[in-house]
Design a protein around this ligand. Structure first.
Ligand code: COA
Ligand code: UVW
Length: 331
């Protein structure tokens, strides 16, 4: 079974409710139709019922719940909660009401906060920053987590590297320029995400333009330091670096460039040194190698809220919704 079929099957085994706030986007309602047909999750769409149904013409979304932000019985409760959470950041009753009734992303996250939905997926229309900011503000970090980060599950066709072509790439979506401690934290979280979603042993490669001292630069020093911190913080996880991409995933290159490393050439979790590298790297792999790319999936928010690329397909939304449902099961 493929990675995504396994995830869908797990989602079906204990069905969760996912809110999709971008209901005026055709791909989102196509995904809703498919999620319901495949029995992956219950779906809540946010929007005016007539408008949503117009966008969904020809599709079957009858089993989805459509929540109209202008007809919310619980609006006063939601406003009070948002004011309470953000009053020291200047949140007023008026601003909270405006946000919750005019921005479906804030309402969707509030529905997750209140337990009406188990997770949210958006980003087919909205930018990553706009999708993730409400979740950081309202749901905040999971206990024990300082840094929220994100990853893509990449499934590369006809690929013998990684876990039969399946990788986690991180961080491709959230933390713009992590320092060494943050990079180490991203490595630890990504290893856990790989274990819980791919269900194989994570092998973490810390990526750089240098392999084991082949180049000298401050950027390389950051990855060397992050690798040392990660090894100390996560002694039971296989982590090594700094590696160039070929030394990380190609066994013959790994053994040539880093003969002393016991994981060189076998990495399945790839930690990019910054968001430039991560975001470009995942899009190259998706577009040139025709890989399936699910994400950005977040790690470390108190409840699952996941993002999409504005270039996503309906199929990508279905995949990320299934991953979100599985993350909700695992909480
Ligand atoms: C995600 C992002 C929007 C957060 O931005 P921000 O400016 O810090 O947002 P805010 O200041 O409103 O942060 C909201 C809260 O989340 C916290 N926060 C922000 N990033 C965090 C992180 N990585 N981990 C944990 N908490 C975080 C902030 O400290 C803040 O807390 P507070 O308001 O309760 O004090 C920002 O990091 C970002 O734009 N990232 C790049 C996204 C992007 O463009 N990706 C490229 C395409 S995928
Ligand atoms: C993840 C990502 O790059 O998102 P977008 O393509 O929407 O900017």
């Amino acid at each position: 079974m493929s990675f995504i079929e396994k995830i869908k099957s797990q989602a079906r085994s204990n069905k969760k409710t996912i809110v999709l706030p971008e209901s005026l986007d055709r791909r989102t309602v196509e995904a809703t139709d498919q999620i319901l047909k495949e029995d992956i999750a219950n779906v809540i769409l946010i929007g005016n019922e007539e408008e949503v149904k117009e966008v969904a013409k020809g599709l079957d979304i009858d089993q989805a719940t459509i929540v109209d932000p202008n007809k919310l019985d619980a609006i006063d409760d939601y406003v009070n909660t948002l004011v309470e959470l953000r009053k020291n950041k200047g949140m007023t009753d008026e601003k909270a009401r405006e946000l919750l009734t005019s921005d479906p992303l804030y309402l969707g996250v509030m529905m997750v906060k209140k337990g009406l939905a188990d997770g949210m997926v958006a980003g087919a229309v909205n930018s990553t920053a706009n999708v993730l900011r409400p979740s950081l503000q309202i749901l905040k970090t999971a206990p024990g987590t300082k840094l929220v980060s994100s990853f893509f599950v990449m499934v590369v066709p006809d690929c013998e590297y990684g876990a039969n072509g399946t990788f986690i790439f991180s961080d491709c979506g959230l933390v713009p320029n992590p320092n060494a401690e943050e990079l180490a934290a991203i490595a630890g979280s990504s290893a856990n995400s790989f274990k819980s979603l791919v269900k194989e042993e994570p092998v973490v490669g810390m990526l750089s333009f240098s392999t084991k001292g082949s180049a000298a630069h401050g950027d390389v020093d950051k990855v060397v330091e992050a690798t040392a911190i990660a090894k100390k913080e996560y002694p039971n996880v296989k982590i090594d670096g700094e590696f160039q991409l070929d030394a990380a995933i190609v066994p013959s290159v790994g053994s040539k460039k880093a003969p002393e490393s016991d994981i060189a050439g076998n990495a399945n979790v790839l930690i990019f040194p910054d968001l430039d590298a991560g975001n470009i790297g995942y899009k190259l792999t998706q577009r040139l190698a025709k890989a399936e790319a699910y994400g950005p999936v977040t790690q470390g928010i108190a409840k699952p809220v996941n993002d999409l690329s504005r270039g996503c397909t309906a199929e990508d939304i279905v995949g990320v919704a299934a991953i979100t449902a599985v993350q909700a099961q695992n909480q």
